[in-house]
Write a protein that binds this ligand. Structure first.
Ligand SMILES: [Mn+2]
Length: 285
């Protein structure tokens, strides 16, 4: 397989460590690209849900693949989200090609691009976004599990699969218009700051559209997620586009299991995280 080399790739909301995460598909996608810059825009590792002790081999393989990309020369910027906000203590830490931060402003071919996860709007967009935050937690995970069981049954009878969470979210969308609120808020702020592009994640809704207000206009982009939409943003030849993973063409290759080393209970990992959190790194002089 020839790797594609888009200049910049943005992914978000992978939610490693949850049942909903499509790690095998993401692994397949990551192995198909060789970008100069990879931006992981929040909620990559779902630390909120770590207590479940679910962290299969394929999820670790995703982390290994990202590290592999780092060592092969891809610059990786990890922007923290609300499900991995524990890592915000390390903001602006840099290890070679790898950076952790809260937000990024970069210039790409003369255009100013502002990238952040988007949970910062949760407290400002009244009520509606909070529903999503809750949905993003345990309830959402349960919904995905039930959905998988239903789909398994549907497949057994040769019926088309269905997406519960998409249905629920579409309902929520109609009721409170939170997606619109979110996109509008992000765009208004970006216009105020005079940026050309604003890139978010968080709401699991891939998007690419120009938003115009009385003060100006901006291109709003959202990389979607790897729970339902399996999307990323790619920048190549001066253009941004949404890339959707082709599940139909994807052969479900089982990720090689290295038992018992990889197929682990996360207790050690969790302990490590907590230890680090208790001792934030000192700023380098
Ligand atoms: Mn989020």
């Amino acid at each position: 397989m020839q790797k594609r080399s888009p200049e910049v790739v943005v992914i978000s909301d992978v939610h490693l460590g949850t049942y909903g995460c499509h790690a095998a598909e993401l692994l397949h996608y990551l192995r198909s690209i060789n970008p100069r810059l990879l931006v992981i825009n929040g909620d990559f590792i779902d630390i909120w849900n770590f207590s479940k002790r679910y962290f299969p081999a394929s999820h670790l393989e995703v982390i290994k693949e990202v590290m592999h990309m780092v060592s092969n020369g891809t610059r990786v910027i990890y922007i923290t989200g609300n499900h991995d906000e524990l890592l915000r203590k390390y903001s602006d830490m840099q290890l070679g090609n790898f950076t952790i931060t809260d937000k990024v402003v970069m210039e790409i071919n003369g255009k100013m691009v502002w990238i952040f996860h988007g949970d910062v709007f949760d407290s400002t967009t009244k009520g509606s976004a909070k529903m999503l935050a809750k949905l993003g937690g345990h309830g959402y995970d349960l919904l995905i599990l039930i959905n998988r069981m239903v789909n398994w049954t549907l497949e057994l009878f040769g019926r088309e699969k269905m997406s519960f969470s998409k249905k629920v979210k579409n309902g929520v969308k109609k009721a409170v218009k939170w997606i619109g609120d979110f996109e509008q808020t992000a765009a208004e702020l970006a216009i105020e700051k005079d940026y050309d592009y604003v890139i978010c994640g968080h709401i699991h809704q891939p998007q690419q559209r120009i938003i115009e207000t009385a003060k100006g206009k901006v291109t709003y982009l959202n990389s979607g997620d790897w729970v339902e939409n399996l999307t990323s943003l790619e920048y190549e030849h001066g253009e941004w586009k949404i890339q959707t993973f082709d599940t139909k063409a994807f052969e479900k290759v089982k990720v090689r299991k290295e038992k018992p080393r990889l197929n682990v209970v996360t207790e050690e990992v969790m302990l490590y995280m907590h230890t680090l959190a208790a001792n934030p790194p000192r700023k380098a002089i």
